[in-house]
Ligand binder design. Structure first.
Ligand code: 9WN
Length: 465
């Protein structure tokens, strides 16, 4: 990957941070794709790759496009984009469950040719947002780059359309506007207290012992999900495999079926990005109406999940037939979906600024913890149970900008940049002390840093020369 030199004026005195971010992405670069982290995550993850493409767009639009192209080369016939594409060259004993465990997915008639093998789960659909970012970045470049970018949009648009169609059909047979997940890994916020009640109802059956390679790569096991969570994750994988990775069979038999509001909101925002792409590639009116309809249905679905008391949106447990009451950042889903009424926006912003989230007086940086410190399931060091995540801050920053809340967005951006400058390119951070946790040199942390530092240059032609 080429190393890009940006004018000092756009980097606000944070040259060191930009250089380090480029280094992290280039160390994790595997050719046409990027591993999520050097040791803990040696494969290609779906939503990580989308965020990575957002960052790469500032360095090299062609390489950014390749990131998405590689991922979408493993799209399933149903349109599903797998949550992991396994790296055949990953060191043995580096990640579990790996390719061997998921190889069964290749037996599905819907699976792409293997190897490389894929998992049969999916993750939040950030990809159309990333593809649009690449197009925007190419706007400030030379003509050849712009031509390549439009050709890339023409190539990826039908794949993105199939991906979104999969989510609104296979994953929403009820036409609720909300996407169903059948594993916490699909949410991207794996051990969040969002899933505690629904997981508690899953009875783990007979299972052989399994390794926890993930624990080799963190300083303390408390940073990763507990054994009881992992048992359930692997039991659910076993049931999914037993159902032949068949969507309809899973829907009928699976004990964990949940409407995920954050994933659904990301899909609404991604459908808006897809509409812009449809415009550029001159897609038919019929397709544009379809995408617009998906976005509208998504917003209506989210509206039904709003909880007046918590001022947050709640996931819905389809098996138990009730909302999952947990105060987590996922509750800001309507902010991510966008186009909220002034009252709803005010309620969301009030909650975000409150002591339950970014206004908590004990925080090292005024950034929302993944789970509210006022929630019983809160744990400041454990993965999605409390730590602050740079990608979540990016999503909120991006959503606030779209909502016209430039001042608040800028406060998040500055605090997040200060956090990473001071504490490193970690996967996540302890919210009270700022201690870096999880993996070092996490690719998507580097990617969002680049976007935070350089996205203004997209609007000033010639700046990112
Ligand atoms: C399981 C790669 C992924 C992220 C997820 C994050 C974590 C995997 C794991 O790492 O999940 O998919 O093994 O813990 O929760 O959001 O995509 O960075």
């Amino acid at each position: 990957m080429q190393v890009k030199i940006f004018p000092r004026s756009v980097l606000e005195g944070r040259e060191g941070l930009a250089v380090r971010a480029q280094e992290v992405l280039s160390q994790n670069d595997m050719g046409g794709w990027t591993r999520a982290a050097p040791t803990l995550y040696p494969h290609q993850w779906s939503w990580d790759s989308a965020f990575i493409a957002v960052g790469l767009a500032h360095l090299d639009t062609r390489r950014a496009a390749q990131e998405l192209r590689t991922l979408f080369a493993h799209q399933w016939k149903t349109g599903k984009v797998p949550h992991i594409v396994f790296n055949p060259k990953a060191p043995p004993h580096s990640y579990y469950p790996g390719a061997d465990h998921w190889a069964c997915a290749a037996a599905s008639p819907d699976a792409p040719p293997a190897p490389p093998y894929t998992s049969c789960l999916c993750q939040p659909p950030v990809h159309a947002i990333a593809a649009l970012r690449i197009w925007e970045a190419a706007g400030g470049e030379h003509e050849k780059a712009r031509t390549e970018a439009i050709n890339f949009l023409r190539e990826i648009y039908p794949r993105l359309l199939a991906w979104h169609r999969y989510l609104v059909t296979f994953r929403d047979p009820e036409h609720s506007g909300l996407v169903t997940i059948y594993h916490p890994w699909a949410s991207g916020t794996d051990n969040s207290p969002r899933w505690d009640d629904a997981l508690a109802a899953v009875e783990v059956g007979e299972m052989s012992t399994y390794p926890r390679y993930d624990l080799q790569n963190v300083d303390d096991p408390s940073e990763r999900p507990a054994s009881a969570d992992y048992d359930r994750y692997l039991w659910l994988v076993k049931l999914i495999k037993r159902a032949g990775c068949d969507e309809r069979a899973i829907y009928r038999s699976h004990p964990f079926l949940v409407k995920d509001v954050l994933l659904s909101a990301i899909l609404v925002a991604a459908n808006e990005a897809l509409l812009e792409i449809a415009e550029v590639v001159e897609a038919s009116d019929e397709e544009r109406d379809l995408i617009d309809g998906w976005a509208g249905r998504g917003r209506q679905g989210l509206e039904k999940c709003w909880d007046e008391k918590l001022n947050l949106c709640l996931d819905y447990d389809l098996r138990a037939g009730r909302p999952l009451r947990a105060r987590t950042v996922a509750g800001f889903a309507p902010l991510v979906a966008g186009r909220q009424s002034p009252e709803r926006l005010a309620a969301l912003l009030g909650e975000l600024d409150s002591t339950a989230f970014a206004g908590h007086p004990g925080l090292r940086w005024p950034l929302p913890p993944s789970t509210s410190p006022n929630e019983t399931g809160f744990h400041p060091r454990s993965y999605w149970r409390g730590p602050t995540w740079p990608v979540v801050n990016w999503l909120l920053w991006w959503s606030l900008l779209r909502a016209g809340e430039a001042g608040r967005a800028e406060r998040i951006r500055r605090s997040a940049l200060d956090q990473i400058s001071s504490d490193g390119f970690a996967e996540y951070f302890e919210p009270f002390t700022g201690e870096p946790l999880g993996s070092n040199s996490q690719s998507w942390t580097a990617a969002v840093i680049l976007d935070w530092l350089l996205s203004d240059s997209l609007r000033e032609p010639g700046m990112a020369a």
